[in-house]
Design a protein around this ligand. Sequence first.
Ligand code: SAM
Length: 421
Amino acid sequence: PTTHERFSRFLKSGIYRFENSTAIFIDPVRVLNRFYTRFRVSPTAYYSRFFDDDDHNGNSKEETPEAPPDSRKRKRKKEKKPRPLNETELIAQRRHQEVRPLLLKAHETLLGTTELLAALKGLRSDGHFTDEECRGSALKREASELNFVELGRVWQSPLYEISLNFDQDQNFTQDGGDQISVPVFNNFVVNNGDNDVEAELLNRNYIIPRKSCFYMSDLKEIHNLVPVECESGFNLILIDPPWENSSAHQKLKYHTLPNRYFLSLPIEQLTHTSGALVALWVTNREKLRRFVENELFPSWGVTYAATFYWLKVKADGQLISQLDLFHHRPYECLVLGYSSQKDVDVVELSGHVPIPDNQVFISVPGDYSRKPPIGDLLLEYVPGSKDCRRLELFARELGAGWNCWGNEPLHFQDTKYFLKR
Ligand code: SAM
């Protein structure tokens, strides 16, 4: 395809495949819009950071979200007397050096793609409102946003019901409309229709994409996801655990859990008879990378296959932080592996479609720690991928064709993140 064709494909799909490079640029708003027929994702609500005027808002602290409050002092100290790296830091440094050229090359490719680079600046404009208006109304609505984690804990939680309005664009009309109310916690809530529907919970509205299902509960209830029949297990399992780290604590966006809690996730029981591709988001902490490789994957029975990288850029195409900043790398990793039920040959599974190692995804990040929607890009590597059953664990949003579990999978489904088509 010509550059022009690549670009017009990007405008439709939100995915730009560079020439002579395996790197991919993603516009999450366009990718997510493919899940919806009646609504679309609000670009202003999605891209709340990393656009030019953030800098004029005194949000420059975003540049170093992972740095502890006293880091400046420490940095200054370090500059005076550089101490040698300890063993763990040396390993982390080696890992970084290995992937560095790859990331630099992907970034150079982006910077060399003029048409795309020019489009980046406009990703946040939705044509209807000024940024100021959007921010104002978002802030007003923020106050009444539901806190699902708290709601799920109170004694009344089994009583809370969500109402799905299926009547909204159907050809048939019924007295009272076609509305279904079901418990919102510890329950499978399903939209099997071909359109997204609006749902109501405690006077807030949520958009539920077509062919999606969610189960909102605490980790204690995760065993309820294990299918009764093994054929109804999952072929693609995407996981973004609430890893402990200083920045999540600091910003209090969600609760984190110690690593040992993740060892008992029932990955093998959730796996389809024809196997599953497991994709796990990990941070750059060396101890965490080692925990995943040496303890977590083995305890889940997952065989390592490849590592992908998410490179984060600002709207001007520059990296969100210097590539070599030790404590705040402008990239995160997605570690991939295969899971199989007992007595199934994993090697045979992985022979299916080989996963290229070191694939790089580039995007402008959304709200704090929201990951780009790369789930469906993994479909081609999924074993037995016809009619692939997809599961996201610790999800904060829903997707067409996906089953989503977490203690707040409706978080980004609030109507404040959407516009009417
Ligand atoms: N992938 C998500 C995204 O892109 O927006 C981010 C997921 S975030 C890293 C981890 C999620 O796990 C948060 O929504 C958090 O509330 C949830 N979580 C934390 N503790 C949990 C628990 N005990 N049970 C279920 N979910 C939990």
